[in-house]
Design a protein around this ligand. Structure first.
Ligand SMILES: [Zn+2]
Length: 219
């Protein structure tokens, strides 16, 4: 799943755990992806371009069932010990788990059980069908906005970023040569998307929150 809709997932978690601050939730839903970026820079994980399509060949250190569970558990323990707030620690851990849970639906069969075992590996493979991918991701993003009861600006942000992802989803053949030749390009682009979508979702979800408070001041 693309950065905007992972970020939109933070809206679901925020609605369920209103006491959790929004920015850490945005970090939680992308923590796995930040590790993917780091591991691709360092060569621990890698992707390839084959038959004119991008494949995320090897990513079990950031994206496996076990690593997600370990990262979520560690996040919970560290946050609980630091802040003594079960709700906030749990919300963050759920955010971390959400990333791999959602990627299981979109990825090819590249999400392994552990970093040490090649099989089993899962992924429904929606990514291989760009128009279906676009439709499902856009609807998912809108559902997150609707559940959160976000502002119009937040909805526009979600729709625009999803539309901007469409050419990337459709990218194939020679257009993928640059990321094949320069392996730092894709992780840098993903990192850029993470940062930009964090900023906009953070800004516009906060605006909605303040607005709601003005309308119904807390008693
Ligand atoms: Zn991912």
């Amino acid at each position: 799943m693309y950065a905007i809709d992972h970020a939109a997932t933070a809206l679901l978690v925020k609605k369920k755990f209103p006491a959790s601050p929004m920015f850490p939730l945005l970090v939680s839903v992308q923590l796995v992806e930040l590790f993917w970026v780091l591991f691709n820079y360092t060569g621990l994980e890698y992707f390839s371009v084959a038959n004119g399509r991008l494949h995320l060949d090897f990513l079990p250190w950031s994206h496996s069932i076990c690593s997600a569970l370990v990262l979520a558990a560690l996040s919970y323990i560290i946050l609980y010990r630091s802040y003594k707030k079960h709700d906030i620690a749990l919300a963050f851990a759920i955010g971390v788990l959400s990333h791999v849970a959602i990627d299981l639906v979109f990825h090819e069969h590249d999400i392994r059980l552990t970093p040490f075992t090649e099989k089993p590996a899962w992924g429904l493979g929606i990514i291989d069908h760009p128009l279906l991918d676009f439709t499902v991701e856009l609807l998912y993003g809108i559902c997150c906005w609707w559940y959160f009861k976000g502002s119009k600006k937040l909805l526009i942000t979600i729709v625009i970023f999803n539309v901007l992802d469409l050419p990337i989803m459709l990218a194939s053949g020679d257009s993928l040569n640059p990321i094949d030749r320069h392996h730092y390009l894709l992780p840098s682009f993903i990192l850029f998307q993470i940062l930009v979508t964090w900023y906009f979702i953070w800004q516009f979800s906060a605006a909605a929150h303040v607005h709601q408070h003005r309308k119904h001041p807390p008693k």
